[in-house]
Design a protein around this ligand. Structure first.
Ligand SMILES: [Zn+2]
Length: 489
C-alpha cells in the first residue's frame, strides 16, 4: 500500500522532471488524497499503546492486535485517549524498542509524531487555547478596572506586583509550553520514548550567515534554498513586496535581475506574487517604482525576529526531562516533507522535524488523534448576561451523580425522542438530566468512557485535504477499528 504511495509520488516527480520542491501542488495533493483515502479504508490508524501488568510500557501494537487481545480478555482498556491497553499478568507484546517523539510547536496547533526508526506509529494534533486564555484575562482585567472608579479609602500596596521573574511568559504562551509538556509526559508513560525532536527555529541562522553575511550564493544546495525561503518569508512578512498581497503563492524575486548582473545573495532577494514578478521583468526595484525595497533588503533580519520565546522555553523544558533533544529548523521540515510528497498537516510536519528523519518515512497511520485543549472550567460560580448582570448560579460541587462537566460518556437511550447511542462530552446539572451535545438525556443511560482531563478528542481528518478537523467522527472510527468492542471498562 505504502510502497504504491511512494512509487506514485516518485513517478510524479520523474514525470514533471523536477525535484519535490517545485511539484505541481494540485495534482500531487489529489493523488495523495486518493491514496490516503484508500489507506484509511484499510484502517491505517494510530498504534495502540500497551502497558504490562505493572503499568510499564510494552511494544505498541496495531489496533487489530489490540482488538484480538481485548476479545480474548488477555488485556483490558486502560485509557481511551490516547488508546492504551493493559495486559493481564504474564502477557506481553514484546520488549519496547526505543521510540522518538517529534514535536512541531505552532501557535494554534502543535503536531506530535512517534517514530519507531523509519515507521510512523502514532500521530496527534494538539490544539491550544491561547486566545481563550487571553480573552478570559482581558475580561478579568476589565472587571478589575472598575475598582478605579470606586471612591474608597486609600489602601497601601501590600506587595510589589510589578515585577516578573526572569523567563516569564504570558499565560497564553506558558499554556502552550505546559500542554505540550503534559503530553510529552503522558506519552512517555504509555510508550518507551527514548529521544525527542523539536522544531526550534524557522530557519538555520548558520546557513543564513553564509548567505547574508559571507555572501555565498544561496544555491549551495536544495536544503539551503529551503532555509532561504523560510528566511525571506519571515523577513518580508509573507507578503508580496510590491503589491502587499497575502495568502497567495509567493516567488523568490531578484531585486536587481540576474540578467542585469544582480547576485543571488539574500540581500538581493525579496518575495513577489506571480503577477508582480511578471510585470517587473528585468527592471530593478527602483525602476519598477519601489526604491525603498532595495534599502530594506540590505538590512539583515535581526536574530530576535527569528527567535520565538515560546519555542526556546519549550526547548529548555524538554531538555530538563533528561532525554536527548534534537533541534530542527522549519526550512528542513518543509524540505523533508516536500521530498516525501506529503501534504501539509501539523502531524506530518512533526514527523519530518530534524535530521533524524529517515530518507523514506513509512506511514503506519493516516489519521492523527485530534486533541483540543478545553480547560477544566472556571471558578466563576455566578454567570452573567452580556451586561454583567447575574442571571444564574452554578452549584458549589462539580460532580453530580458521579459525572462532571467534560466527562466523555456514551449514552444508550432505548426509546423516546433521543433514542439511540450518543457519545460526547457531557454538561452536568444538579438534576438527573444532563446536556449531551445539546440533548437532554437522563443520567441512568450514561456510561463513563473517559474522565474529564481538560481535553476533548476526535480524529483529525486533515489528510482529506481542505477539510477542517472535526470532533464528530469519534464513533464511526472507533467502531470500524474495533476499539469500542472492548468490555474492559
Ligand atoms: Zn504583488
Amino acid at each position: 500500500m505504502l510502497h504504491q504511495f511512494q512509487a506514485l509520488s516518485s513517478s510524479i516527480k520523474s514525470l514533471s522532471g523536477v525535484s519535490g520542491g517545485v511539484l505541481d501542488r494540485v495534482s500531487l495533493s489529489n493523488i495523495v488524497e486518493m491514496t490516503v483515502t484508500r489507506a484509511i479504508g484499510e484502517a491505517m490508524s494510530n498504534a495502540v499503546f500497551v502497558l504490562d501488568h505493572d503499568q510499564r510500557p510494552l511494544k505498541p501494537v496495531h489496533p487489530a492486535v489490540a482488538r484480538r487481545m481485548l476479545n480474548a480478555k488477555t488485556a483490558a482498556v486502560f485509557r481511551r485517549y490516547p488508546f492504551t491497553i493493559i495486559c493481564q499478568a504474564g502477557i506481553s507484546t514484546g520488549a519496547p524498542s526505543p521510540l522518538r517523539l517529534k514535536i512541531d510547536p505552532g501557535s494554534k496547533t502543535t503536531g506530535l509524531a512517534i517514530l519507531d526508526g523509519p515507521r510512523l506509529l502514532w500521530a496527534a494534533e494538539l490544539q491550544h487555547r491561547g486566545q481563550r486564555i487571553k480573552a478570559a484575562l482581558d475580561t478579568r482585567r476589565a472587571v478589575r478596572r472598575t475598582r478605579r472608579q470606586r471612591h474608597t479609602r486609600y489602601r497601601q500596596p501590600r506587595f510589589d506586583n510589578r515585577t516578573r521573574p526572569a523567563g516569564w511568559l504570558a499565560p497564553s504562551l506558558q499554556h502552550r509550553v505546559s500542554t505540550i509538556m503534559t503530553w510529552v509526559a503522558r506519552l512517555a508513560r504509555y510508550a518507551h520514548i527514548a529521544s525527542l525532536s523539536q522544531e526550534l527555529v524557522r530557519f538555520d541562522m548558520q546557513l543564513m550567515q553564509d548567505a547574508e553575511i559571507a555572501g555565498v550564493e544561496y544555491q549551495q544546495g536544495e536544503l539551503a534554498g529551503y532555509e532561504v525561503r523560510e528566511y525571506l518569508l519571515e523577513k518580508w512578512h509573507r507578503t508580496c513586496a510590491y503589491c502587499g498581497v497575502q495568502g497567495v503563492p509567493l516567488q523568490v524575486e531578484h531585486i536587481i535581475s540576474p540578467a542585469r548582473g544582480g547576485s543571488h545573495r539574500v540581500s538581493n532577494l525579496t518575495l513577489a506574487c506571480a503577477p508582480c514578478n511578471q510585470k517587473k521583468g528585468t527592471q530593478t526595484a527602483a525602476e519598477f517604482g519601489f526604491p525603498h525595497i532595495q534599502a530594506q533588503a540590505k538590512q539583515p533580519l535581526k536574530d530576535a525576529a527569528a527567535v520565538n520565546a515560546t519555542r526556546w522555553a519549550l526547548s529548555h523544558t524538554l531538555q530538563a526531562t533528561g532525554l536527548p533533544v534534537e533541534p530542527g529548523t522549519g526550512g528542513r521540515t518543509k524540505y523533508t516533507r516536500t521530498r516525501q510528497g506529503f501534504p501539509k498537516t501539523h502531524w506530518l510536519d512533526a514527523a519530518c522535524v530534524g535530521v533524524s528523519t529517515p530518507e523514506a518515512l513509512h506511514l503506519l497511520t493516516a489519521q492523527a488523534l485530534l486533541i483540543v485543549s478545553v480547560g477544566r472550567g472556571s471558578r466563576q460560580r455566578c454567570r452573567t448576561n452580556a451586561h454583567g448582570f447575574p442571571i444564574r448560579h452554578l452549584s458549589r460541587g462539580k460532580r453530580h451523580f458521579g459525572f462532571q462537566t467534560g466527562d466523555i460518556v456514551r449514552a444508550t437511550v432505548p426509546r423516546g425522542k433521543h433514542a439511540g447511542v450518543h457519545v460526547g462530552r457531557v454538561i452536568v446539572r444538579q438534576r438527573t438530566s444532563f446536556n449531551l451535545k445539546g440533548k437532554d438525556i437522563h443520567v441512568q443511560y450514561m456510561r463513563l468512557l473517559h474522565r474529564a482531563d481538560g481535553y476533548d478528542y476526535g480524529f483529525s481528518s486533515s489528510l482529506e485535504l481542505g477539510e477542517k478537523p472535526s470532533l464528530s467522527p469519534i464513533q464511526p472510527h472507533a467502531r470500524r477499528s474495533g476499539w469500542s468492542t472492548s468490555r474492559g471498562n
